[in-house]
Design a protein around this ligand. Structure first.
Ligand code: PHE
Length: 488
């Protein structure tokens, strides 16, 4: 309605000088007129210029006096025409704020004599304040002095009023053409698309957020690590068997059967199926012998090795079980040097706390070649870890049943300003490699670390249960940034 009125008015008149006047003359709300002006302006049917006017509105206190009269008049009327009233009596008749303001204003105006007793000085007074306030309410303009005195008493405040003056725009038409938002099959069949005016695209409008899959931080760090291994010429080992026999997890690694790690307090054993179906019997015999009586320059452990113990199924406690299977297969071929890696899940019967879970991921790398030395291991570790952004390494002698020498790996943590343990490494023992059938001069250097530790550091997670397991907040996946290792 307001739209027709505006467009219609402009058909015969040059200008609408004031949207407010126009609204009241045509019986519209100013707000509605403003909305129509904005929309018509957007489509350039009209040109609109802002008009700003300062106007005055009553404060809450001002509104009260406009209705009830000013405090000074209320006070004056409470004083008897003849005689006087005690100040205490007068106070009881009025609201505290009205009494206080009334006393000072009526005194200033010389309407009353203020003492212990209060009496009128004049008989007739006018409530000028109330009159001025009502005039402001009506939108009348007041002189500067009156405005200033009301402002000083905080009875009015300034308000900026906004309206428009309006002229025809470049696309002016007496009625607005409906613009089409869709091109339909019917438009094409009827051919009316030729006459239709289409709504323009708003290229600044935001589209709905795209729904997409998100990778878990562990997967992102895993992918980066894979890339590093691949750049260094390592091949990935098949780690798709969480269930392993004790033989491949422990015995083939020259880990004695009475070793504490083989206790059910440390390892999850399977109830069904509780034992493995097959093991390479010829190789089993050689492993039994090396445990019992050694060979290859070793004394062995000198105990009764039991097949039943080796048959027991378990959830693998390290991915070195897979490395062992791979080395066994490699030893059967004519010798070729190899570099292998794996990143996958392992299980340990541990009590769960902020930094430990009963399952985690292990990153493992190994190099198999003739004549490798501990220096080669240190060199490979420096190369590998510097690509993760850890270039300051230290090594500490350690013990593993399957490596000799063994080294714990420490990296200097710039944030924590201290050396932190990041992994374990060593050279596989001859008692492990020679029964497999490798030539005597073949050496295998290897190292392992957890995927969780670097991921927690990179993503600033300090409780492992926030990263992995049933307590993880799924929005973690949506929020976390991409992973780029080794880039500060
Ligand atoms: N298997 C070791 C662990 O579980 C890691 C390791 C791998 C150590 C290879 C030495 C050589 O911690």
């Amino acid at each position: 309605m307001a739209e027709e009125a505006i467009l219609g008015y402009l058909a015969t008149s040059e200008e609408i000088p004031d949207s407010d006047q126009f609204a009241s003359q045509h019986g519209f709300q100013h707000n509605d007129v403003v909305n129509v002006i904005k929309s018509l302006h957007g489509f350039r049917y009209i040109d609109a210029q802002d008009i700003k006017r300062e106007s005055w509105v009553l404060t809450d206190e001002g509104k009260k006096y406009a209705a009830d009269g000013s405090p000074e008049i209320q006070l004056f009327l409470a004083v008897p025409q003849e005689g006087s009233i005690s100040k205490d009596e007068l106070q009881k008749k009025l609201e505290p704020s009205v009494f206080k303001i009334g006393c000072s204003q009526a005194g200033k105006n010389k309407w009353v004599d203020m003492g212990k007793q209060v009496s009128r000085k004049v008989q007739h007074v006018e409530d000028k304040v109330k009159d001025l306030l009502i005039r402001i309410q009506k939108g009348e303009a007041l002189c500067k002095d009156d405005i200033n005195s009301l402002k000083a008493r905080k009875l009015i405040v300034a308000q900026t009023w906004k309206g428009y003056s309006v002229k025809k725009g470049p696309n002016y038409a007496p009625t607005r053409k409906k613009v089409a938002t869709d091109l339909t099959r019917e438009n094409l069949q009827r051919g009316d698309w030729k006459e239709l005016e289409f709504k323009e695209y708003n290229f600044n409008a935001k589209g709905p957020p795209a729904e997409a899959g998100h990778l878990h931080p562990l997967l992102k760090v895993k992918q980066q690590l894979k890339n590093i291994f691949l750049q260094l010429g390592f091949e990935e080992m098949p780690t798709n068997n969480f269930v392993e026999s004790s033989f491949w997890n422990f015995d083939a690694l020259f880990q004695p059967q009475q070793h504490p790690a083989r206790d059910s307090h440390d390892t999850f054993f399977l109830e069904v199926p509780s034992t493995t179906r097959e093991l390479p019997e010829e190789y089993v015999k050689l492993v039994k012998r090396v445990h019992e009586s050694g060979g290859y320059g070793s004394r062995g452990y000198m105990y009764d090795w039991k097949k039943e113990e080796a048959n027991k199924n378990l959830l693998r406690t390290h991915t070195t079980a897979v490395s062992t299977r791979m080395l066994y297969a490699l030893a059967k071929q004519p010798f070729t040097p190899k570099r292998y890696f794996s990143i996958d899940r392992v299980f340990r019967n541990e009590s769960v706390d902020r930094t430990h879970l009963a399952e985690f991921h292990q990153i493992e790398g190994l190099v198999c070649d003739k004549g490798l030395t501990l220096g080669d291991l240190i060199g490979v570790l420096n190369d590998f870890f510097s690509r993760l952004g850890m270039s300051k390494l230290r090594f500490k002698p350690a013990y593993n049943p399957y490596t000799e020498p063994s080294m714990e790996i420490f990296s200097y943590h710039e944030g924590l300003k201290k050396w932190v343990e990041i992994g374990n490494s060593g050279m596989f023992r001859p008692e492990m490699l020679l029964p497999m059938g490798f030539p005597e001069d073949v050496r295998v250097i290897a190292w392992g670390l957890s995927l969780e530790r670097p991921t927690m550091i990179l993503y600033g997670v300090d409780n492992i249960r926030d990263l992995f397991g049933h307590k993880v907040d799924l929005s973690l996946m949506k929020r976390n940034p991409i992973c780029r290792l080794g880039i500060d």
